[in-house]
Design a protein around this ligand. Sequence first.
Ligand SMILES: Cc1cc2nc3c(=O)[nH]c(=O)nc-3n(C[C@H](O)[C@H](O)[C@H](O)COP(=O)(O)OP(=O)(O)OC[C@H]3O[C@@H](n4cnc5c(N)ncnc54)[C@H](O)[C@@H]3O)c2cc1C
Length: 448
Amino acid sequence: MTVPRTDELSASLSGGVLAQPSFQPFNPAFPVRPAALVSPTDIHDVVTAVSWAAKNDMPVQVMATGHGLHGPVDGGVLITTEQLGGVTIDPDRRTATIGAGVRWAQVIEAAAPYGLAPVNGSSSGVGAVGYTLGGGSGPLSRAYGFSADHVLRARLVDGKGIVHEVDDDRDRELFWALRGGKGNFGVVTELEIELMPVATLYGGAIFFPGAAAHDVLHAFATWSAALPEEVSTTSIALLRLPPLPELPEPLRGQFVVSLRYAHLGGAEAAAELLAPMRAVATPLIDAVQEIPYAAVVSIHQDPTDPIPFWDGGTGLRDLSAAPVDALLEVAGPGQDIPVPVVEVRLLGGAMARPAAIPNAVSGRDTAYALTTVGILTPDTAEIVPGLVDGIVAAVAPWRSRFDLFNLIGRATPQRVAGLWDDQDRDRLLAVKHRLDPAGLFGGGHAIT
Ligand SMILES: Cc1cc2nc3c(=O)[nH]c(=O)nc-3n(C[C@H](O)[C@H](O)[C@H](O)COP(=O)(O)OP(=O)(O)OC[C@H]3O[C@@H](n4cnc5c(N)ncnc54)[C@H](O)[C@@H]3O)c2cc1C
């Protein structure tokens, strides 16, 4: 195929066509070689780039941070959104207006002085818009629902280069599809989201020695099943930590179990609920305490620097003893594998209920989410995908009916299509055909 010349496109853009992204994608495991790389400074640039791609029949990929990069970008138009920034807080309406390039850290920081918090994810470096379009289950979600449940308005450029302003009154069907259907319908340039009145929480992580993994995981399975929604998140993670000097000595280079916890109902009640887990084994570190919401990322302590990874995940309908044993068998003590994270997160609570304005978020029936991350180095690249897939396969008998879009890792068309029942998938496809008739958007996450 002959690649069209990009001179005409470059001349029509305020920043021209670039040679390479101005930032390193969070997942640098895959080559990024688009035919044209565009970093719009405003919505007109987005319209120009999409229209050029449509005219030349080229796919469009959108990248905010590269946290969701699951394969190479080869050819097509890559639109990076880092210059579409801006966070505006309206404290009276408790809302934030955010540009496509904004990361959660910026929204958390801007909202905190008003005693407000977004329904963000566990990592502050993830892009707020890409995360929200895929649903988004984070540290506040058992109490407040998915991030997508709190979108009030969206602006996007569709596959024909047309700008849409959508909310509950304007194109309700697109508004339904957009919140949960991820980047399938166009380039979202701006979202208006609700903020929650959360200034502090009781939260953090407890680290247990890896040798206690069996006891801690089994105790977590029983304890977590009965928690109230004030526990806005909790999860258990098997961590194989690198020997980095910045890690506290008891964790450095160790296999440990991390219990993550956040509670919104006051320190006393929070500590009382947590007490049975604190008693399961002697912690290496117990850092669960009252914290300002601005310190919310200390709960998961996700990496902030780019790291080449391969991830996988699935929803679970429950966490009885059998799936715990299945996980310990493939990823517990004694397994020397380049898979630093195997996390099981409790969902439910407000996530199990429909949003106030209905949306297409998948996985509301899911009780727990398994996420696992392997590191891709020249030495491990051959084995890591198989190890990650093997960990996900180990819990297959307990899978929930629908997975969470954000947490499926590298997707196949079947996996994406299986996120919804036939009726919702048909609704999503009808919107996609209307907005993106040439199928420019979605990449590996395209709904087919
Ligand atoms: C360390 C880490 C922690 C995570 N924690 C959580 C978590 O707690 N909860 C959770 O639900 N998920 C979590 N995720 C998954 C994350 O939400 C998804 O990978 C999400 O897609 C990342 O969005 P991004 O914009 O930062 O990434 P990118 O790789 O830049 O984008 C990913 C995709 O999002 C879409 N997209 C991004 N911006 C736009 C836009 N403006 N318009 C249209 N489409 C767009 C595109 O389809 C793009 O391919 C985590 C991922 C990582 C790596």
